[in-house]
Design a protein around this ligand. Structure first.
Ligand SMILES: *Cc1c(COP(=O)(O)O)cnc(C)c1O
Length: 305
């Protein structure tokens, strides 16, 4: 879990960027580890360390059937030699989709919860019942955001990353965003592109910053208008954009998080909301494991790698 590959930085060129004199660099966190990729590597590393320290034999977490977090937790547990239990929202569907097949193959025990049960995932009574059923476990919340996850995401920005005018990330629970705004410099602005529809994310971020006592010196903003209808929703424009981006840069994007972010970044550059002459660092937070299942479910043909 400790050794990582040196992270690749890839500068993107295209007529729009040229016209606006904008330098745009992608930090390929998706390549940080072949199985435990993107921001999930940062979010899980101190949690695994803590689980080991507390002498736990197993982890338990929650997620949807196509969840990057479930996939990453299964990978992290395998790497650390800890057993993992994945509490999956909804009914079992066989054959397993590619995400759950990987998780199962990595050794994760899969258990299914009805949507009603799933809503109790944070209640102490419900968690006590799970402890009776499975024995003692180290709990990682749905989406993986907790204090140790934020500690990990504080390590994302380093060195030259702190020289860019803008830092862009995709946002789910906001754990990654919280870590980024805690370390970005005063001269920088962190833009978080929400993958979910709804204004609740602003409150969630405020709560996270308060909980983790983060007082950003940088400027920051959640961009809420590039969700394409909601979580994992899409249209043909998004699909075409992801294919074009891959063809022109060689960089694969996923349709749930990074594809929507990159589409949004280009729109903000077009409109001048990201001003002419800016330098932009885009964090590729991973999520590529989800493409296979997305293609199968929606009959799309997005490139996988
Ligand atoms: C999980 C995930 C996110 C969201 O991270 P949060 O810390 O929950 O905001 C963004 N991008 C990708 C690819 C992810 O897998």
């Amino acid at each position: 879990m400790t050794a990582t590959l040196p992270i690749l930085y890839q500068e993107i060129r295209c007529p729009l960027l040229e016209e606006k004199a904008i330098s745009l660099t992608v930090k390929r966190m998706d390549l940080v580890h072949p199985e435990l990729s993107g921001n999930k590597w940062y979010k899980l590393k101190y949690n695994i360390q803590e689980a080991n320290k507390q002498g736990h034999q197993q982890l338990l977490t929650f997620g949807g059937a196509y969840s990057n977090h479930i996939y990453a937790t299964a990978a992290a547990a395998k790497l650390a030699g800890i057993h993992a239990i994945g509490m999956i929202r909804g009914e079992e569907h066989l054959p397993l989709n590619p995400t759950l097949l990987y998780a199962r193959t990595a050794g994760m025990r899969l258990e299914y919860l009805t949507r009603t049960e799933y809503r109790k995932k944070d209640s102490p009574d419900f968690l006590d019942k799970l402890k009776e059923k499975f024995g003692r476990f180290y709990l990682i919340p749905e989406g993986g955001t907790n204090a140790l996850a934020v500690r990990g995401t504080r390590e994302i920005l380093e060195g030259k990353d702190l020289d860019y005018d803008f830092i862009c990330t995709s946002v789910g629970t906001g754990g990654t965003f919280a870590g980024l705004v805690s370390t970005a410099h005063a001269s920088q602005k962190v833009l978080g592109f929400s993958a979910l529809k709804g204004d609740f994310i602003h409150q969630d971020i405020d709560r996270l910053l308060y909980q983790h006592q983060i007082h950003p010196s940088c400027d920051y903003e959640i961009v809420g208008k590039f969700h394409f209808g909601g979580y994992a929703k899409y249209n043909s424009e998004l699909i075409d954009y992801i294919k074009l981006f891959k063809a022109e840069t060689g960089i694969p994007l996923d349709p749930v998080y990074t594809g929507k972010m990159m589409y949004g970044i280009m729109k903000l550059i077009e409109s001048g909301e990201i001003p002419r002459g800016s330098s932009v660092l885009v964090l590729h937070t991973g999520g590529l494991q989800g493409i296979k299942g997305f293609n199968a479910r929606n009959n799309t043909n997005l490139p996988l790698t």
